[in-house]
Design a protein around this ligand. Structure first.
Ligand code: ADP
Ligand code: MG
Length: 363
């Protein structure tokens, strides 16, 4: 009798444990591949290892496909456009033409704080090489080939033309975000719900991690990239951080940031970093660059305006306060993504409720 009662209790406990878990077993598959100028880390949670591997293959092949379309480091449809004779319409295909139309529209919407036609300036400052202190004359010459009107597009015909002999599209501030959106679409079409793709400064988090909880993403200290200072929980979202810590150049002791202000032609002032969370990878990528160029005050104004215009997104600025600490400034609804703050390093991060935070004190 007693044995049966014990068995019944054990059975109940087992049933409760099973109910708390997803019905099917969950297997995590992780892969690292060189892609889009970085090491892409792909994590899939699936019902079997076979499914996970198949899904990771989908991601890797999609990243390759988009890189082949957008890279300007070797031959590609975009590189061919950048090298085409001025005035001549070249076939770039409907996908690239549409993507270019979208990013050129973003240049307009950000008041050109983000502008993909920035390539002549990237060249003037030699940001892909050792860096160079561009003279005012270099900057003026480059600016003449940057901005509205230096490209002509026919999205429906799939053609584009350069209209200035020095004009070029730089994919650096939007290519990864674009790729994450097409990856998200391929995963959805393949029935894959739970995945995280990390492309360095930008991630895509879909569904949940192995534990069944939202993916945990850490925002780094802009002065020390290895140190996470804010922890986020994300699902169905992309997150992109722009800052200058590792990609800038130093020439004759002068620091040249790799985020350029396309309006002045000069590196944007380095205040720290900005992190943007949005359902669209492209939006997160484009806006993290735009907000960095605009700085915390004007960046938050644009973030607010775009939200009113129906562009869902949140922003977190981390500013070096000069006294060894970071000061945060965020959009009003950023707090809903925050699960942890290193209170020993950063002040002013909005959090949903202090009690729900796992506050990590600094050492
Ligand atoms: P990261 O490359 O670190 O992810 P971003 O997404 O902000 O950072 O992209 C920065 C890159 O984009 C630069 O290296 C340069 O190639 C290009 N770029 C720099 N400034 C701008 C700008 N204002 N608008 C568009 N592209 C830019
Ligand atoms: Mg960007």
């Amino acid at each position: 009798m007693r044995a049966r009662a014990r068995a019944a209790v054990a059975g109940l406990a087992l049933a409760a444990a099973l109910a708390a878990r997803p019905i099917s077993p969950r297997v995590a598959v992780t892969r690292r591949v060189a892609s889009m100028g970085t090491t892409a880390e792909v994590e899939i949670v699936a019902a079997s290892r076979e499914d996970g591997l198949a899904a990771s293959e989908l991601v890797v092949s999609e990243l390759r496909r988009v890189e082949d379309l957008l890279t300007t480091w070797r031959d590609s449809p975009l590189r061919r456009l950048n090298e085409a004779a001025p005035g001549r319409d070249v076939e770039v295909g409907a996908e690239l033409a549409t993507a270019l139309r979208d990013v050129l529209a973003w240049a307009e919407r950000t008041g050109r704080a983000f502008d993909p036609t920035v390539a002549p300036l990237v060249r003037a400052w030699d940001l892909r090489g050792a860096g160079r202190l561009a003279s005012s004359a270099d900057v003026a010459a480059a600016l003449a080939a940057v901005g509205p009107g230096v490209f002509r597009l026919h999205a429906t015909r799939g053609t584009a033309a350069r209209l200035h002999a020095a004009a070029g599209i730089d994919e650096g501030a939007w290519g990864k975000g674009y790729a994450l959106d097409t990856v998200a679409r391929r995963l959805a079409a393949g029935g894959v719900r739970d995945a995280r793709i990390d492309l360095g400064g930008q991630q895509l988090a879909l569904g949940t991690g192995e534990s069944g909880a939202a993916w945990e993403v850490s925002v780094a200290d802009p002065r020390e990239r290895g140190r996470g200072v804010v922890t986020l929980a994300l699902s169905g979202l992309s997150v992109s951080t722009s800052g200058n810590s590792e990609r800038g150049r130093t020439v004759s002791g002068v620091r040249i940031g790799h985020e350029l202000d396309p309006r002045t032609g000069r590196p944007a002032p380095d205040f720290g970093s900005v992190t943007v969370i949005a359902p669209s990878g492209l939006v997160a990528d484009v806006l993290s660059t735009a907000f960095f160029v605009l700085g915390p005050r004007r960046g938050l104004e644009l973030s607010e305006r775009l939200r009113r215009e129906g562009v869902p997104q949140d922003a977190l600025f981390l500013e070096d306060d000069g006294g060894g600490r970071l000061r945060a400034a965020a959009s009003p609804s950023f707090s809903r993504h925050v699960t942890g703050v290193d209170a020993g390093a950063v002040d002013g991060v909005p959090a949903p409720a202090a009690s729900s935070l796992t506050r990590r004190e600094s050492r």
